[in-house]
Write a protein that binds this ligand. Structure first.
Ligand code: VGL
Ligand code: ZN
Length: 254
């Protein structure tokens, strides 16, 4: 019995070593809203410039032969739960004192039939079909082919979605996992906006879905320095590899 188990382990690692990894680049939310629009990272606490990721990501796309390229977009309806301006629609569902003073960027908790978690209240951003939600014009968007996947998220008015794989409750999945599996992707490299929110959540989900997962730190920009730091630490502890643009290696650790 023991011998059988041991030989199985050996077999698995041998097969793994000889298999060629299939690599995807996931370009997270490189949209006007986070660069020069309603939720410009330059106006957020870390004061980072989201536009700086564009030439870096373009260079990755041009020089590295990724098998698959994914572009994600935050794609909210006008009445979305994450907008500070929509607080009045759901004030009755606030946990605690419903008359509490709440400011933009505060974290609140909504509790109710449809709500069960904390929500940061962002300025209205990335409304579906608007210029604010478009991918930035300088980003290299490979024209549609079997190599390209487009994902839109945050579409349900009542739940936010930082990850490109699923909403913040982990309930409603996007098509991303199925589409990556169809293409036999084994490794994902994640870059874009914002490091401490959508990049982090996408990377944690990718790891949990068994992809070998890399975050390209210097090809990403974030909202708040302290959360950028704490989220990168969390990612590392989770098993996500934090790398830089010059150390993208498609053979990786398989
Ligand atoms: C994001 C805040 C709100 C992101 C999306 O793309 O990281 N951040 N919506
Ligand atoms: Zn959003």
């Amino acid at each position: 019995m023991k011998t059988i188990i041991i030989s199985k382990v050996v077999e698995t690692s041998r097969v793994k070593k000889s298999a060629q990894p299939i690599n995807a680049l996931i370009v997270v939310d490189v949209q006007n809203c986070f660069i020069n629009g309603n939720l410009s990272l330059s106006k957020s606490p870390a004061g980072q410039d989201g536009a700086e990721v564009i030439p870096i990501i373009n260079n990755l796309i041009r020089t590295i032969p990724f098998d698959v390229i994914v572009y994600t977009q935050d794609w909210h309806p006008w009445n979305h739960i994450s907008f500070f301006e929509n607080l009045h629609f759901r004030r009755q569902y606030l946990a605690g004192d419903q008359n509490q003073t709440i400011k933009m960027f505060d974290k609140v908790t909504y509790l109710g039939p449809k709500y069960k978690m904390e929500q940061v209240l962002w300025p209205t951003h990335c409304i579906q079909e608007t210029e604010d939600a478009a991918l930035h014009k300088d980003l290299d968007v490979i024209s549609s082919s079997s190599r390209v996947i487009h994902i839109r998220k945050g579409i349900d008015p009542d739940i936010d979605s930082y990850s490109a794989f699923a909403d913040n409750y982990g309930v409603r999945k996007t098509e991303l996992h199925d589409k990556l599996k169809e293409r036999n992707v084994t490794q994902v490299f994640i870059a874009g906006l914002a490091t401490d929110y959508c990049v982090t959540s996408t990377a944690l989900d990718a790891f949990d879905l068994n992809y070998i997962t890399y975050v390209v730190k210097d090809a990403s920009r974030g909202v708040t320095l302290s959360t950028i730091k704490s989220q990168l630490k969390k990612l590392k502890q989770h098993g996500v590899h934090i790398i830089t643009k010059n150390s993208v290696d498609l053979i990786g650790d398989i």
